[in-house]
Design a protein around this ligand. Structure first.
Ligand code: AMP
Length: 399
């Protein structure tokens, strides 16, 4: 079936993982950082685990793709471009159009671009990555995998906002959620670990990274999720505000003399969250260090982050009518021993009990104690593998 490359393109980054399929063996992975900004660099891991770093100006995503493909040849990871038979692109917003992954043609690419208001930070970058690959490898199976698709099962009562209904009908004003590929992947792994079909479990998945979202999974489907019309909503994130009163947006525009709505969105997307609260960093590691040194605003940012998460867990458990498992995943969820400890320590009402020693280990595992009423797991997410699996489905259809 050949090799499949999974691509996650951000505004100034391009991450990739190259798989031998159907074996699902990772042959290489890497990141192009600071595309179009000074200090661009490219890191690539070879098949035998060696890391190669290249510092050179990289003007745009097309250059990034060209460099990445050239290095795959140069490092002998592939012998010829024809070995790559599929590419899967992470796309954040699919609106109500894309309820599943889609083969990319010109129409699909235009639809992804037209959905830019649904994910202003992400969709334009995703589209740039797609176009760059199309130019270099025009004939391979090219698939868009949407963050929103998993959430197309949300019931009406959870996706509608209490605004005039015609705005939903006319403008698609509703909750779409995000990180669906990750939530779906870790929920599937959780069910395997728990030894039960996902359909019989009530699970809350905590995707805690630079962007964070929480999903309630009931009957094997996404039942509620914290991100909203765009990935700005939900809990406090690295630089995003999460949920706020909509009136505050207008009030702040008046106070700050902002006339262009994009400017207030920039504040809410890029200057808020942990960064805005702490005033020092968007990175929880820095904030934890500062809090340990007695910095009040750092401690406050942590307390708000934890409290946001605990509130969502409480409401999601209530609306699902129970809770069997909680999954921690993504940068913070997978790596932060103290944050997992803090969050679980607030879940006494559910009789959640943490096993300290297991919490300090690494990799996919349970971290709850034997007598915990809810099983708690750490499951490293693998959106790229989920994307590569979807590309395989399309390759098979084309056979
Ligand atoms: P992601 O978006 O999933 O790649 O996660 C990136 C985020 O994870 C960054 O904002 C980091 O602040 C955070 N992160 C990574 N490792 C840790 C850690 N050990 N403790 C706290 N935060 C972490």
């Amino acid at each position: 079936m050949g090799k499949t490359i999974a691509i996650n393109a951000g505004s100034s980054t391009l991450k990739f993982k190259l798989f031998e399929m159907p074996e699902e063996r990772v042959i290489s992975s890497g990141t192009v950082d600071r595309i179009g900004i000074s200090g661009s660099n490219f890191t690539i891991k070879t098949t035998d685990g060696k890391k190669v770093e290249i510092d050179q100006p990289i003007k745009n995503h097309e250059e990034a793709v060209n460099l990445l493909l050239k290095e795959l040849l140069k490092l002998d990871i592939i012998k010829d471009y024809s070995e790559i038979t599929g590419v899967g692109h992470r796309v954040v917003a699919g609106g109500e159009i894309f309820q599943d992954s889609a083969l990319i043609d010109d129409k699909v690419l235009k639809q992804i671009e037209d959905l830019k208001e649904y994910a202003p930070l992400h969709n334009p970058a995703n589209a740039t990555g797609i176009r760059a690959f199309k130019k270099v490898l025009p004939d391979i199976t090219s698939v868009a995998v949407f963050d929103t698709s998993f959430h197309e099962t949300l019931p009406e009562k959870n996706y509608l906002y209490s605004i005039p209904y015609e705005y939903y009908e006319k403008y698609g004003a509703r909750k779409y959620g995000a990180h669906g590929t990750s939530h779906q992947y870790v929920a599937g792994r959780a069910a395997k670990m728990m030894g039960k079909p996902l359909e019989e479990l009530k699970i809350i998945t905590l995707h805690l990274g630079a962007g964070s979202s929480i999903t309630a999974i009931k009957d094997g489907k996404s039942f509620d999720t914290s991100m909203g019309f765009t990935p700005l909503a939900g809990i406090t994130m690295a630089t995003r505000s999460g949920d706020i009163d909509a009136s505050l947006v207008v009030y702040l525009m008046q106070k700050l003399n902002i006339t262009n709505p994009e400017d207030i969105l920039t504040i809410l997307n890029k200057k808020s969250g942990l960064l805005g609260l702490s005033g020092m960093s968007p990175d929880l590691r820095d904030i934890i260090d500062a809090a340990e040194k007695g910095e009040h605003r750092a401690q406050m940012a942590i307390d708000i982050f934890v409290n946001n998460i605990v509130k969502y867990i409480g409401s999601y458990a209530t609306e699902m009518g129970g809770l069997d498992g909680i999954v921690f995943t993504a940068g913070i969820g997978e790596n932060s021993v103290p944050m997992r400890e803090k969050i679980t320590s607030e879940l006494g009402i559910f009789n959640v009990k943490l096993d300290q020693a297991l919490n300090e280990k690494r990799g996919e595992r349970f971290i709850s104690a034997e007598d915990s009423a809810v099983q708690v797991m750490v499951i490293p997410t693998d959106e790229e593998l989920a994307i590569a699996r979807d590309v395989e489905k399309f390759k098979k259809m084309g056979d």
